[in-house]
Ligand binder design. Sequence first.
Ligand code: ASP
Length: 590
Amino acid sequence: MLRSHTCGILNKNNLGEKVVLCGWVNSIRDHGGLTFFDIRDRYGITQVVSSPEETDNILYEKVKALRNEWVVMIEGEVAARPEETVNLKIPTGEIEIKIINLSVLNKSNALPFELSESDKTGENLKLKYRYIDIRNARLQNNLRSRALFCHKMREFLLSENFIETETPVLTKSTPEGARDFIVPSRLNPGKFYALPQSPQLFKQLLMVGGLDRYFQIAKCFRDEDLRADRQPEFTQLDVEMSFVEEEDIIGITERLLKHAVEGIFGREVNIPFPRMAYSDAMSKYGSDKPDTRVDIIYKDLSDAIRLTDIKVLNNILDRGGVIKGFTFPMGDKLSLKDIENLDRYIKEEGGGGLGWIRYKGDDIQSPLKKFLAKEAVEMLKPEKEPGNSILFFLGGKEKWVNEKLNRIKEVVLEKIPQLVKPGVFNFLWVTDFPLFEFNEEENRIQAVHHPFTSPAASDIPNLQKAPLAARSRAYDIVLNGNEIGGGSIRIHNRSLQEEIFSLIGLKEEVYRERFGFLLDALEFGAPPHGGIALGLDRLMMLMLGENSIRETIAFPKTQKGTCPLTLAPGEVEKRLLKENRIQVDIPQIE
Ligand code: ASP
């Protein structure tokens, strides 16, 4: 080792010791002839002092020539800091190093941004110089916590008899609802590998292989359109088990999260987690990932609206639409202007406008006041804080209403953040999902999760007659309104799997070509099995209190899927294209 100690460890117990430290020059200060600088590494910072009287001339000049971020090795003696410079906020704050020798291991250009200015620096510049941003304690801490968290998960899973197994990255399509990234095969001209959207099919094959309990901290690749806070490659903890039912996967996931979250983040995790059926989540929260920290529950207001003569709303109901809304307390925190802005937003989105009633003491304020029958006002009246609350409601198709109410709720929560219960981790299972949903654009039904998810046993006989009514054996796990994972019990029977493929519109020759290997495996003694995957990046983001998953990934990509550091994706040499028998209809470099 070049060093005897790290920069975060020396204290008064080391007084008088001769030490060697290595690190980056953090800041240099001149005080009446004395030169101070801090030397920094991952572990902390230590103050170094050089005075013209005690230091030989050449050394003193060398110290004076130092610049921020140069990499240095210093030799010196640990001394007590004069009382007035003691800094009890850092572990090394009572000592300093009187320098005896200095080697400059490497110089540094002036940084493109100050480490302390990282928050205010543009994303592109920060990603271009990601290795500099990583010098910041915050990113160092995030990466370290992530590593420790993975270690804890491994520790738990290994103790539960799971086998960590790598699955291929160059493979065939594993559909999870995104596009595949494809890789040409030089040795098989005209053929392509797909990068895995998840290890789904391989983990199922491992169960057929009798591995019984599998896990992997797996890279997954999904070519999706721009969406905030998505990464084209991301990491998930992937798990699969044989001879299990929903309760087994749910139980082991809860114990795993308790072990790792309590172990690394020191926060108490109470298990079992609450559960909510998908239909309740949609009707009460308008979302399949409800944030139960917010006590705002959507209500169906049809009955109350029926008591009024408001034509537009009654027409909506007659046409099979819904009238839904929510109330919230602290209504005085929202001004008339805020409400007008929301009303404008709804009109811009093609709605007739936002219905609202402000409950003020015993009175109400509402543009609909004269149309509202007394009984309707009573029925709509909020239970909590009826004297200072607001009711917002909308009419239309349920999906549209839910989406817009969710957006309005977001704005309300931005204005009244007190409505979000602070400092809690609300884990929640969402269960009883439908197996299929209708894709209007493609005019076909598609799997809500993936097509390997088992239908609920009682719905299997009616799959052909009423596919959209079938429920699945899937479960999602949600944390504070974010989906952090999901899984299911799988189909382990070939004919049922084929039936599902054809229900989602795949022709026999297509599913045989794409998934024939899975179908074959299901006929060679496939055990009942199921599993789950947890999104590591998002989970870390929430645990670390970050706003973006990028802050938990060492080298993330921009929202456009580019890497400003390496300039990936880039063009490739013509020779490579030729070898891979690829023609590109955009001019390429020679
Ligand atoms: N393969 C699924 C996913 O990546 C998870 C699972 O069903 O286990 O979302």
